[in-house]
Structure formats: structure tokens, C-alpha cells
Design a protein around this ligand. Structure first.
Ligand code: SF4
Ligand code: MSK
Length: 626
């Protein structure tokens, strides 16, 4: 990276060393391309450009010197609200299509169409089926799975007026949604309706568009993502606490290194199974390696970390740098957050990028199509390719920069409740007593516009100091894990109340609850606590934050958190500032409508202060002392 010192780009030693190595080897990274893109288009940053039809493209002048309307007559409010709506629809579509893939696996298992997948948690299958209204008495697991799959497939359609898991939502919250007309009816339906509304000449009322954005996001948080989480647990197992390791140090110089990247456990679980097969281990040894090492990137990594303890190499901004180690044979990708640049960087080494999904192909990558019928066999093909690729490794270019750091993972809601003796009672008691003053979900990505991991790590550390329990998912897991916050010893950095609780239970003050879709676990936990107290989610001393978000999915997560009543701090402003109406709605108006709103605060220390004030106010309203 020319121009900036590496310590301005990342707080992580492994990242800095690899950025320098990339510079030495003339390899272009995301930071170089960000620089080439400067200055970014101001109209786009403000959400004021529109390409929705070919009478345009149009731009609305934010300073009122130039045009105030697009060719069709749309003003700044409509243009911004439409653009934001499409952003939310794309995010919801991504999580929900991922959820559908798990549903297709469940159906294939139920129909006996795949020997490769099974029902790792039949007790959870029964529990969820009962919740969904399936009578389980006297039925075998496959029959129950078939009926559950049928009900959940219907959630994706247009024939319902409510969705299965909305039964978890506190009554007061449902009433708010009913009053605003935002109860989600069908996962695909809400996304399609948003695409319809944002076509030229359909919905031309910014408020109406924003309310539908909220509805779309709720169809993700309480349905699409929730389906993905619950079915992943049923098929692959419900996570329970275990320890593993994180950072680029998890790569092994003398092993065949396979990285799993993307979001879905459907592919990576099969690759892992093949890599653990003694036949392949022997083949790797024949090729001169000591064994086969599988490690994770991004959310696919989170899925395998939570359930299998597979070590984690890095988050979003580490996905290019992991290749720069020269020690990676294969990155096997499913979908989402996989930079197309990986193919070019892999081409500078012996490494191969393997795409596996027909909906996520990369020009120049090796494509090994995986589906529910052939997954195990194709997983074996991936591992065989990695072993062959190892033979081409140039040992002189290998540099694994750091030693790995330990982390604790596996805090599904089931595991948390188990640790508490089966009920949320002890957690509520700790909250009432002020030992845990509140809870924050810190989620989301890295963004090269922000020093990598600076926002997420510092916000998490500031929160635990203030006796605020932190739950992390997705890339935020790696940001905090690399700095040691996911180990019980980090209780020493927490305030006295939180430290006492963590020490008593032997848990860290920052709990890893899963991947991006697993933010649904946080929604469910909040609903559980609110129901237990007989209040709404917006009454709880809870908050959410996405300090370094970049993706449309993260915007959708933020919006469903707010629409569910959770105050949410963003470290990067969404492209809505071109409309005063939409900006005021996001930062104030939603508070009146949903009991929560957004704040934008790039400084993690100031963000922690905002969260603290919110928690203090909510505690006071509940009559809880500090
Ligand atoms: Fe321009 Fe309207 Fe077409 Fe958008 S929809 S490109 S504002 S004419
Ligand atoms: S992977 S959405 S960069 S968290 Fe879920 Fe990370 Fe963000 Fe992708």
C-alpha cells in the first residue's frame, strides 16, 4: 500500500506484516483500490444518484444550485428512500436465500435424497417443529423434518399474513408493527415488493418506502436469518462452548492449508469431513506435508468455529492477506463477502480459489459445483485439489507472521441457558442487580475506510469496562477474538460486576454467538428477556452496533434491530444523508415509531458513551438502580 503507513490501516500485527509483504511483492490489495477510487462520488455517498431507469441516470444537487428533481420528477427524499430500500432488499435477500439453502438440505434429508447430511440435533428439530405447530407425537424424525420444511417453505411465499417465528416476538412489539403496517408476511414477498415499489412511478412517498424497508428487514431478522440459524443447528449441531484459535498464525507452514470462506456451512462441513479423512491425510503426507489444516474466513469460518472448533484465520480485510502468506493451497468459497480480487491474488502464488455454487461464480476460479446430492464427493475433490496444489508451493515465499491467539466460542442461546441452569432467570437477576448493566450486540464487517478492527475492538473493550455484556457475530468476532477478549481471562478488563459474573461462570465478557445470520439468536434472546419481564424489547437495557460495516446485509441487520426496538450505532453513515427527511427519520423519527433509532458515530469511545447513556436511561425507566 503506497502512501499510508500500515499502522494507519490495521491494529493487527498479522495484517500489517502482510500488507507490507504485498507491497514488497507488488500485489494490489483492497487499500490500494480504495485509494484509486478517491474521491468517491459525493452524489452516491449521499444517496442522491439514481439509475433506476434510462430516462436517467439522474443526480439531485445537495446544495440546491443544480437540479432538485430527477427526469421523472423524483426529489431527494424519494431518490434516497428508494436507494435505501433496494439496499435493504439486497441484504435481506442474501440472508434469506442462504436460509432457503438450509431448508432445501433439510427437505433432502427428510426425503432420503442425500446420505451426506443428517439431523445432528434431533431434540432441537422436535423443539422447533413444536414451535412451528407440527404435532410430533408418534412421528419419526424424518417425518417431523418433512412437515417442518413444508411450513418453513411457506414462510418464503405469498400466502401468509404472518411468519412462523413471529410467535417469539413480544406482544407489545407485534402491536407496534401492526399499527405501522409492517408485520412481515412472506420473506420473498417483501423483497419482491420492495423491487416493485422502487420501480419508476410506483411508491413515491419517502415515509411509505422507509416503512416497507423496515418490513423487509423484519422478514430477514425474524424469518430468513432465523431459518438459517435454526436449521443449521438441526442439521450440523447446536453449538456449545469450546476453545479454538484465531489470526493468521492458525496457518501451518508444514501442512496443506485449506481456507473455507463465505457464509454457508453446507459446503464447508463437507470439505472439513474430507480433510479429516485418514485416506487424505495419508495422501497429504505422500505429497510432503505433515497433514491437512482447515481454517476459516468470515462467516463460513464462524459456522465451523462455533460447531467444530475449526480455527479462524481472519475477517473480511484478512481474506486477501491470507493469500499473501504464500501458505494457502485452496480457498473454497460458497457465497457472500468474497472479493473477486482473490482470484488475481491467488494467481500471484500457487494458490487456487474454488467456487462451489452456481449462484456465486468467479471468472478465473476453479468451479466445483456442490449440491445436496454430491456434496461429500465434491468435498473430497476440493481436498484432493488442495493436496496436488501443495506440491507447487514455493517455500521461499511463505511467511506466517504471528502466533495464534486462543478464543472461546459456541455460545448458542441453548448453551447460554444451559450455563444458567436452564432459565434466563440468573441473567435477569444479574441485570437487575446492576452486575450486568446491559447487553450489546456488536456485529458486522471490516471496511477499509476504517482502521481494521479499531472500531469494533475499542467499542467492545469500552463496553465491558462499563459492565455491559458484549455479544459478537460475524467479522466482529475475529476483531475482538484476536485481541484476547473472547477468553475468560478478559474478565480482568471488565467492570467489577461483569467480571464477577464471568468469573463465577468461567465465561468471557465478550460472547461469540455465531455468524451474520446468527444475529437472529440475539433477537430471540432479547425477546426471551422481554417476555420474561413482561415488557417490550425497546424497554430493555440493550443496544446494537456495527462499527465497521460495509455490506447491504449489515444495513438490513441494523434496520431489523431498530425495528425490533434496539438502539443501533453505526460506525459508517449509510448513503441517506442527501435527504433530511430520511436522515431525521433514521436518527429520530424511528424512535417515536419503533421505540429505537440509529446513531452514526465513527469514534468507538464516543459510541460507547452513547450506548452507556441509552442503557442508563432504560435501566432508570425499568426502575433498576445503577
Ligand atoms: Fe432519473 Fe427518475 Fe429514472 Fe431515477 S427513476 S433514473 S430519478 S428518471
Ligand atoms: S462475513 S457481512 S463481512 S460480518 Fe458475514 Fe463479515 Fe460483514 Fe460479510
Amino acid at each position: 500500500m503506497m502512501g499510508k503507513k500500515t499502522d494507519e490501516l490495521s491494529i493487527c500485527q498479522d495484517a500489517r506484516e502482510m500488507i507490507n509483504k504485498a507491497g514488497e511483492e507488488n500485489i494490489e490489495t483492497v487499500w490500494d483500490r480504495l485509494k484509486q477510487q478517491q474521491p468517491h462520488c459525493g452524489f452516491c455517498e449521499l444517496g442522491l444518484s439514481c439509475t433506476n431507469c434510462v430516462m436517467g441516470p439522474c443526480r439531485i444537487d445537495p446544495f440546491e444550485y443544480g437540479p432538485q428533481k430527477g427526469v421523472c420528477g423524483a426529489d431527494a427524499d424519494v431518490v434516497v428512500a428508494r436507494n435505501f430500500g433496494r439496499m435493504i432488499a439486497a441484504g435481506a435477500a442474501s440472508h434469506s436465500d442462504h436460509g432457503r439453502d438450509l431448508l432445501e438440505v433439510l427437505e433432502a434429508v427428510a426425503q432420503g435424497r442425500t446420505p451426506d447430511y443428517g439431523l445432528a440435533d434431533p431434540a432441537k428439530l422436535k423443539r422447533i417443529a413444536l414451535e412451528a405447530g407440527v404435532a410430533v407425537e408418534g412421528k419419526d424424525d424424518l417425518e417431523v423434518a418433512r412437515e417442518l420444511a413444508h411450513i418453513l417453505f411457506e414462510d418464503f411465499g405469498s400466502r401468509k399474513s404472518s411468519l412462523t417465528f413471529l410467535s417469539r416476538v413480544p406482544e407489545k412489539r407485534i402491536k407496534i408493527w401492526e399499527k405501522l403496517g409492517v408485520v412481515p408476511r412472506g420473506i420473498d414477498r417483501e423483497v419482491v415488493e420492495m423491487m416493485h415499489r422502487t420501480h419508476m412511478g410506483v411508491d413515491n412517498d419517502a415515509l411509505n418506502l422507509c416503512l416497507h424497508s423496515a418490513r423487509v428487514s423484519l422478514s430477514d431478522g425474524w424469518a430468513g436469518s432465523m431459518v438459517a440459524t435454526e436449521l443449521s443447528d438441526i442439521i450440523f449441531g447446536t453449538p456449545s462452548p469450546l476453545t479454538s484459535k484465531v489470526n493468521l498464525g492458525v496457518l501451518k507452514e508444514d501442512h496443506v492449508n485449506i481456507l473455507v470462506h463465505g457464509h454457508s456451512p453446507v459446503v464447508s462441513e463437507m470439505v472439513l469431513a474430507a480433510a479429516r479423512d485418514s485416506e487424505f491425510v495419508a495422501k497429504a503426507q505422500e505429497a510432503g506435508a505433515a497433514g491437512i489444516n482447515v481454517a476459516g474466513l468470515c462467516c463460513t469460518g464462524n459456522e465451523l468455529l462455533m460447531r467444530q472448533g475449526v480455527p479462524m484465520a481472519g475477517n473480511h480485510l484478512m481474506t486477501e492477506l491470507v493469500l499473501v502468506t504464500g501458505a494457502v493451497e485452496v480457498i473454497v468459497a460458497d457465497y457472500q463477502c468474497i472479493m473477486p480480487s482473490l482470484v488475481n491474488i491467488a494467481g500471484c502464488y500457487h494458490s487456487k480459489i474454488v467456487s462451489t455454487s452456481s449462484k456465486a461464480r468467479f471468472t478465473g476460479a476453479v468451479h466445483i459445483e456442490m449440491n445436496v446430492e454430491n456434496a461429500r464427493e465434491k468435498g473430497r475433490e476440493v481436498v484432493a485439489l488442495a493436496i496436488e496444489t501443495f506440491r507447487n508451493r514455493d517455500k521461499s515465499r511463505v511467511r506466517i507472521p504471528v502466533e495464534p491467539v486462543e478464543l472461546m466460542t459456541g455460545f448458542s442461546n441453548e448453551a447460554v441457558l444451559d450455563a444458567l441452569g436452564g432459565t434466563p432467570g440468573p441473567l435477569l437477576e444479574a441485570v437487575k442487580a446492576g452486575k450486568i448493566r446491559g447487553v450489546i450486540g456488536i456485529v458486522g464487517c471490516n471496511n477499509p475506510k476504517i482502521k481494521q478492527d479499531y472500531g469494533t475492538f475499542n467499542l467492545a473493550r469500552e463496553c465491558i469496562k462499563r459492565d455491559i455484556l458484549v455479544l459478537v457475530t460475524g467479522c466482529a468476532t475475529i476483531s475482538t477474538g484476536k485481541q484476547g477478549l473472547l477468553m475468560p481471562e478478559a474478565a480482568g478488563q471488565a467492570g467489577p460486576g461483569l467480571a464477577e459474573v464471568c468469573q463465577a461462570l468461567g465465561i468471557p465478557p465478550v460472547l461469540h454467538v455465531g455468524s451474520c445470520v446468527d444475529n437472529s439468536r440475539i433477537m430471540q434472546l432479547c425477546a426471551l428477556l422481554a417476555n420474561e419481564l413482561g415488557v417490550d424489547i425497546s424497554d430493555l437495557p440493550v443496544a446494537a452496533a456495527a462499527p465497521e460495516w460495509y455490506s447491504e446485509k449489515a444495513a438490513t441487520i441494523g434496520l431489523y434491530a431498530v425495528a425490533s426496538g434496539i438502539f443501533t450505532v453505526l460506525g459508517v453513515a449509510p448513503p441517506i444523508l442527501g435527504s433530511k427527511f430520511v436522515t431525521d427519520l433514521a436518527t429520530r423519527g424511528l424512535e417515536d415509531a419503533f421505540g429505537a433509532a440509529f446513531a452514526v458515530e465513527p469514534d468507538p469511545f464516543a459510541a460507547a458513551q452513547l450506548v452507556d447513556e441509552r442503557i442508563k436511561a432504560k435501566r432508570k425507566k425499568l426502575g433498576l438502580t445503577e
